[in-house]
Ligand binder design. Structure first.
Ligand SMILES: Cc1cc2nc3c(=O)[nH]c(=O)nc-3n(C[C@H](O)[C@H](O)[C@H](O)COP(=O)(O)OP(=O)(O)OC[C@H]3O[C@@H](n4cnc5c(N)ncnc54)[C@H](O)[C@@H]3O)c2cc1C
Length: 321
């Protein structure tokens, strides 16, 4: 019976959405296959108290000052100590900037299998992890043949737990950091001055592409996004053109998103863009070319000039208030 540990990444004392998505999917799997879901929390935070509600059976916490600021070596050591002590069969880590940073290092330290960017999880005597390949054109099912595996999981690949979980008992574990000093430490973290909704956490995204014609017109996207309470995204074409920062880019070399609603404005629908957003629950495309590839992926298409549609849409949504 597999026991699945889930690393609960936190930001400012709040767990990342992907942490609870992984907890939920792990719970769905062990409900079929047997075993338990263990939430692993580093540092203080409300996350530990919430874990049971999201499907965890047990919570393990190493909460002291060592975890105030992220450090790849410290996180790796602490999680390696947890795995060595508790021996889960699988450790799930969100494929976030933090998770992508330490997961391979952790797998190497544990001599564990390492599977990145997973979007599917199954157990049939051994774990099978599904991951997209060739920019999302097809999937590979990876069978794990190792006593323990570390798997990176894409944000928004799984829904949250709907089973009404109960409180999970919590216990502390020794992260094994006594006498340890990392080789490198973060001396300062510069946060973006922009107070925008984070793309990977957003439930609604409005993205703009080269159809906007020039940088100043990205304001149309920002305005519609603000009206809809959405995050503002972008195609690589306009990021490369310097119209918006890379933090807005959606796609193969940008962020992977899976919001409830994705509105693509003046975006053609290149495979590399689709790789980052095609798992959105509902896709609306606005493009003046009725043959644009984006319409093959979209649930709703508006084949018209964005400079007419976007202001009209914005006005109509405002009128709903
Ligand atoms: C290795 C690699 C990685 C890449 N990674 C990414 C990535 O992460 N993300 C990404 O987005 N791309 C990525 N790309 C680039 C990708 O191939 C496309 O070039 C890019 O997505 C195109 O951006 P676009 O749709 O904004 O521009 P275009 O393809 O130029 O499309 C603009 C669209 O706007 C429409 N349009 C024009 N005027 C109007 C109007 N007035 N009203 C309505 N519609 C209008 C046009 O009909 C057209 O369909 C990558 C490419 C490579 C090779």
């Amino acid at each position: 019976m597999p026991n699945i540990a889930v690393f609960i990444e936190q930001s400012g004392g709040t767990a990342k959405k992907v942490a609870w998505q992984m907890t939920a999917e792990a719970r769905r799997l062990v409900d079929r296959a047997g075993g338990e879901v263990w939430a692993v929390v580093l540092g203080d935070g409300a996350a530990a108290a919430e874990a049971g509600r999201h499907g965890a059976h047990r919570v393990f916490i190493a909460g002291d000052g060592d975890f105030a600021t992220y450090n790849s070596e410290t996180w790796t050591r602490a999680l390696a100590a947890f795995v060595a002590a508790r021996r889960p069969d699988l450790l799930l880590v969100g494929a976030t900037a933090m998770g992508k940073d330490f997961a391979p290092r952790l797998a190497a330290r544990l001599d564990a299998a390492c599977v990145s960017d997973c979007v599917g999880l199954d157990f049939d005597g051994g774990f099978k992890l599904r991951r997209p390949i060739f920019a999302g054109k097809c999937f590979a099912d990876v069978a794990v043949d190792a006593p323990v595996a570390v798997a990176g999981v894409r944000p928004n690949a799984f829904p949250l737990f709907a089973g009404g979980g109960a409180d999970a008992p919590a216990e502390s574990f020794d992260p094994g950091l006594g006498g340890f000093t990392p080789h490198a430490t973060i001396v300062e973290t510069l946060t973006s001055a922009e107070k925008k909704i984070e793309l990977t956490e957003a439930e609604v995204i409005v993205s703009g592409g080269r159809g906007l014609k020039e940088a100043a017109n990205y304001k149309l996207i920002e305005t519609l996004a603000a009206t809809m309470g959405a995050a503002a995204g972008a195609s690589r074409a306009i990021v490369d053109a310097g119209w918006v920062p890379h933090s807005h880019q959606v796609g193969q070399t940008g962020k992977t998103v899976s919001p409830k609603l994705y509105v693509a404005v003046g975006i053609s629908g290149a495979i590399q863009h689709l790789a980052g957003m095609s798992s959105s629950k509902c896709i609306v495309a606005i493009n003046k070319d009725p043959n644009a590839p984006i319409f093959k992926t979209a649930d709703y298409g508006i084949a018209a000039d964005l400079f007419e549609v976007v202001p009209a849409l914005d006005e109509a949504i405002r009128a709903l208030d």
